[in-house]
Design a protein around this ligand. Structure first.
Ligand SMILES: NC(=O)c1ccc[n+]([C@@H]2O[C@H](COP(=O)([O-])OP(=O)(O)OC[C@H]3O[C@@H](n4cnc5c(N)ncnc54)[C@H](OP(=O)(O)O)[C@@H]3O)[C@@H](O)[C@H]2O)c1
Length: 159
């Protein structure tokens, strides 16, 4: 599986859940986050011009699944990296995912899913990487930092 944006808030969960399901995971991230991805069992690759060559080296027959958590040209760049009948999912590029016969996922509140995640965390099977904590009245600063697009993991707001 190739996950675009594996070091982000969504990406780290996606990568860990994929690993738990038995997938071999290749994840894109900036170089400074590669060691962290390795610690999660993910094979890191950059998302600069090296992306295609690095993925081909790791998955010469193509990847079976592409998860796009970045948007922009991530799906376009994945086209030549996919095995026949590979599946595509995106949370950022609905049009691109649907054009490839894939799924566009949009978050919805689910107590059941949250309980499952909490259980996995309690069991030590899933880790939550907290990059920074802000008091609630500094939420605008938290959003500013998040909007830069390079938070590793999650930002937490405290009461
Ligand atoms: N559809 C939905 O329901 C839903 C739900 C939640 C989030 N989203 C959207 O999904 C996206 C990811 O959310 P998030 O919370 O995981 O964001 P995030 O924590 O900010 O993570 C962003 C990720 O993108 C990577 N990245 C940044 N610039 C990039 C570039 N130019 N090319 C490739 N990768 C790049 C970052 O890698 P490095 O830091 O290692 O560079 C990081 O892994 C956001 O656009 C968000 O709005 C959608």
């Amino acid at each position: 599986m190739l996950i675009h944006g594996a070091s982000g808030g969504v990406g780290q969960f996606a990568a860990q859940l994929a690993k738990l399901a038995g997938a071999t995971v290749i994840g894109t991230a900036s170089t400074r986050n590669h060691d962290h991805l390795r610690s999660l069992g993910v094979e890191p690759v950059g998302y600069g011009p090296e992306l295609e060559g690095a993925v081909r080296e790791l998955a010469p027959d193509g990847v079976d699944v592409v998860i796009d958590l970045v948007g922009a040209d991530a799906l376009e760049r994945s086209d030549s990296l996919m095995a026949t009948d590979a599946r595509v999912g995106s949370i950022t590029d609905g049009e691109g995912a649907l054009a490839r016969g894939g799924v566009y996922v949009f978050v919805r509140p689910s107590a059941e899913d949250l309980a499952l995640l909490a259980t996995l965390i309690d069991e030590g099977k899933l880790s939550v990487d907290v990059a920074q904590t802000f008091p609630l009245d500094e939420a605008s600063e938290a959003y500013r930092v998040l909007a830069e697009g390079h938070v590793r993991g999650k930002i937490v707001l405290t009461p």
